[in-house]
Design a protein around this ligand. Structure first.
Ligand code: FAD
Length: 433
């Protein structure tokens, strides 16, 4: 179940940390968020160490679909409604700056970077697309409504944003690695202030960035209440017609399309980790029905952290943890969001103001309907006494038959059939694994 990106890229390996060292900044987590933060801080002249519990880029980043776009579903109407137009503007500006940064870096990196238009389509009607278009126009980001789409089914229309992009994320990140101080197989067990304790060593840092996907420090910041994880599934099809453009359904869990060289990527399905789903079967039957000549070349699945309100958490980890910062909750849009995090945290860690930081503040209100959904899922998980229990907070695990894993419906930790930890926030295997 390897992704196309992991098959196509031979990433370098790095030694584990086995001593105590010093650095200006310790970045924890070797996915796109951690690597971009380390790269940015190095550009700003800081001495930075990156610690990864396993191998870099094997988490969500190695299993993404890697569309580089500021069009994150229909996020702008949601942000404008919840936070007002000014903060929706901050979100857009941060992501536009991120996209520009990718474009200028990719001009010198061989990573199959390709400009593409991005589309959010609707099968129901045009009203939600028109509402998004209105907000984008108010934000000075013109998007057009298109009615004739190259999709293999009928849709009411799509909102098109020109000159977005797609790339091979691991080829891109590989090019940023030379010069970074990276330690793999170095899981961080604890923080004491800005001292980072790993399995076999420690980093005495002045500042720390937690970029572990789901933040692992539970005593601060309430991330176990603020986040849940949602899985998505992807097929890379050969011999399928290549659809021009990057498409995503306005409905969460709907289908997503982009090309990658000779392959048509088809994504979708899924939902909250720990809930039963038939995503693989659904995607395969879609492919068989519409493109009977197509063959599945690669298939993969992964999950992303979903925030309470549609905006990531980027900034100080909590009011009680000075010098510790976080980047998480990318809501399945972690490519430009991770670059936005690198730009914002680059400013904050060097004592500069950042004009977009407010909308991403991890200290913003938690009073959103999703908080009640997360609390209800946790209560149900804790009251499920029949199955193995998650070592993170004790929720009953659910068996995921298509993937043969034990999944936590509360916070999204996952374990192999034998009990080996696959995804956090749990930081260890199941007992007796
Ligand atoms: C199927 C799918 C498709 C997607 N498609 C898109 C898309 O088209 N465009 C887009 O913008 N976004 C997309 N996303 C979202 C995007 O891929 C993610 O938001 C992003 O990759 C998250 O990166 P990350 O660095 O936060 O996490 P990760 O890549 O998971 O990296 C976190 C790292 O931290 C390490 N770690 C964890 N705990 C510790 C510890 N205690 N000590 C040390 N290291 C630790 C982990 O081992 C891991 O390597 C998609 C997501 C999925 C699941």
């Amino acid at each position: 179940m390897h992704s196309l990106w992991l098959e196509q890229n031979d990433l370098p390996t790095f030694p584990p940390l086995q001593e105590t060292i010093s650095a200006d900044v310790a970045v924890i987590g070797g996915g796109i968020a951690g690597i971009l933060c380390a790269w940015r801080l190095r550009e700003l002249g800081l001495d930075c160490v990156l610690l990864e519990s396993g191998r870099i880029c094997r988490g969500a980043t190695g299993h993404t679909t890697a569309k580089l776009t500021v069009q994150h579903g229909l996020v702008y109407q949601r942000l404008a409604k919840q936070f007002g137009l000014e903060k929706a503007r901050q979100y857009l500006a941060a992501n536009l700056a991120a996209l520009d940064q990718f474009k200028s870096l990719c001009a010198h990196i061989d990573c199959n970077f390709q400009e593409q238009d991005s589309f959010v389509y609707s099968r129901q009607g045009l009203s939600s697309l028109e509402a998004e278009q209105k907000i984008l126009t108010a934000l000075n980001c013109p998007a057009t409504l298109e009615k004739h789409l190259p999709l293999p089914f009928s849709a009411a229309g799509a909102l098109r944003l020109p000159r977005q992009a797609q790339f091979d994320p691991l080829a891109f990140l590989s090019a940023l690695l030379p010069g970074l101080r990276i330690f793999e197989r170095s899981p961080v067990r604890a923080l004491k202030g800005a001292q980072v304790i790993t399995k076999e060593g420690a980093v005495h840092a002045r500042q720390v960035i937690v970029a572990t996907h789901f933040p692992f420090l539970d005593r601060h910041g309430l991330y176990f209440m603020k986040l849940y994880q949602s899985r998505s599934y992807v097929l890379a099809l050969e011999n399928a017609p290549l659809i021009d453009g990057m498409f995503i359904d306005e409905t969460p869990g709907g289908l997503s399309f982009r090309t990658a060289g000779p392959y048509q990527l088809l994504g979708g399905g899924g939902g909250r980790t720990g809930k039963e789903n038939e995503a693989w079967a659904h995607l395969e039957s879609f492919a068989r029905r519409h493109w009977p000549q197509a063959k599945v070349k690669y298939r993969w699945a992964a999950q992303d952290c979903m925030s309470l309100d549609g905006a990531p958490y980027i900034g100080p980890y909590s009011p009680n943890t000075p010098n510790v910062y976080v980047a998480t909750g990318f809501n399945k849009w972690g490519m430009t969001s991770a670059m936005a995090a690198a730009l914002i945290l680059g400013d904050l860690l060097t004592g500069r103001e950042n004009p977009w930081a407010e909308v991403f503040s991890p200290q913003r209100t938690m009073l959103r309907p999703q908080l009640a959904v997360n609390a209800a899922a946790s209560a149900a998980g804790l009251l499920n006494f029949r199955t193995p229990r998650c070592p993170h907070m004790g929720c009953g695990l659910k068996w995921n038959d298509p993937e043969h894993t034990w999944d936590c419906p509360c916070h999204g930790s996952r374990f192999s059939e034998a009990g080996e930890r696959l995804d956090g926030p749990a930081n260890g295997d199941l007992p007796n694994a």
